[in-house]
Design a protein around this ligand. Structure first.
Ligand code: ACO
Length: 318
């Protein structure tokens, strides 16, 4: 697999930390020092479909191909306006593609898992050019009276067009089943046959044990990346950039310190976009490529973590 084009799209509304003080008791100082986040983008009159389509079209344009040249579409998404059909099916029609589509729902690690899946489709000959997409609206699953979680998130979409090539060197994926540390329950319609009025069914807010997520993220991603580098005979200094899930500046710093890497090897967008769930890795990749910071042949490491608890990392020569 090799990446031949990238794209991203963000909502137009910029929400500062100070703006959030109107809705709950928080401060710019608390949010900056705990998370590194200064602003985030939040959807207003855009839909997630609009962002996903814009990101996809930019990636196709950058790759110099059309939607008709795509023979598979893999989309990472946790929620959108529809429970079904899949977001990838909706985007496929809007961009004028005619290929098979699949969504994966693997929380914030989803784009790295989507890249790994795309590699396997290409490797086995099931496809020759794939659109890998991540589009997320986590601000819609925050409870806007809960300052613990609402300050962390933003909305956005990112995409990459990949085709057969020899860039993908390897991946390591891990799931440690732990549903307590980070979860949100689905809204279910009650049937007449059982009691769905209990707390277990009516509490739909996001639950996050922040410190435990922090610990599992730093430990999980650091171990996976170290394992991958050793397995492929690389040292930290061989890597041009570590493209990490943008959840929190302190998590990124923790992984950087564990790996004893140079902070310059860790580009970030979390300060301006907050945590855009699985879209964050795709958006960061696109911004790094468009800033001409990545040259063909550079070694890139992608790593994400999220509810599950799931981590995923891959190493790729751009
Ligand atoms: N503004 C002001 N005060 C706040 C806020 C806020 N937005 N949120 C919590 N506080 C208060 C708490 O009520 C608590 O007050 P108390 O001491 O009077 O009880 C105090 O701040 C400390 O709260 P902690 O939760 O202990 O704060 P901590 O230092 O652990 O930081 C944070 C919280 C930022 C969530 C941290 O645990 C963290 O970074 N965790 C990682 C989680 C993460 O990034 N998740 C992203 C989403 S999941 C994903 O992407 C996979």
């Amino acid at each position: 697999m090799k990446i031949i084009g990238t794209g991203s799209a963000l909502p137009k509304l910029v929400v500062t930390n100070d703006m959030l003080t109107k809705y709950f008791d928080t401060s710019d100082e608390w949010i900056r020092t705990r998370t590194g986040i200064e602003t985030r983008r939040i959807m207003t009159d855009e839909s997630l479909k609009d962002l996903a389509v814009a990101a996809a079209q930019r990636a196709l344009e950058a790759a110099g191909v059309t939607a008709k040249d795509i023979d598979y579409l893999v989309c990472s998404n946790v929620n959108n306006n529809y429970v079904y059909p899949s977001l990838s099916s909706i985007v496929q029609g809007a961009i004028g593609a005619s290929c098979p589509c699949i969504d994966i729902r693997n929380a914030c690690a989803g784009f790295v898992y989507a890249l790994d899946m795309a590699h396997m489709y290409l490797h086995t000959g099931r496809a020759s050019r794939i659109l890998v997409l991540a589009a997320e609206e986590p601000t819609r699953f925050c409870h806007w009276e809960h300052r613990e979680t609402s300050v962390l998130f933003g909305d956005g979409a990112g995409a990459a067009v990949v085709e057969i090539g020899d860039g993908f060197l390897g991946s390591k994926m891990t799931t440690i089943s732990n549903t307590d540390v980070l979860y949100q329950r689905q809204r279910l319609e009650p049937t007449p046959f059982e009691d769905l009025s209990s707390e277990a069914y009516t509490n739909h807010t996001m639950v996050m044990q922040g410190r435990e997520v922090f610990r599992m993220a730093v430990t999980g991603c650091s171990n996976e990346i170290s394992h991958l580098l050793t397995e492929h005979g690389f040292s930290t200094s061989d890597v041009k950039y570590f493209i990490l899930h943008q959840a929190n500046m302190r998590i990124i710093n923790g992984i950087q310190q564990y790996l004893k890497a140079d902070p310059e090897q860790f580009p970030t967008t979390v300060q301006k976009y907050g945590n855009t769930s699985s879209a964050s890795v795709a958006i960061l990749l696109d911004e790094t490529v468009r800033a001409n910071k990545v040259q063909r042949g550079d070694l890139l490491v992608f790593s994400g973590f999220g509810a599950g608890f799931t981590t995923g990392s891959c190493i790729l020569r751009y």
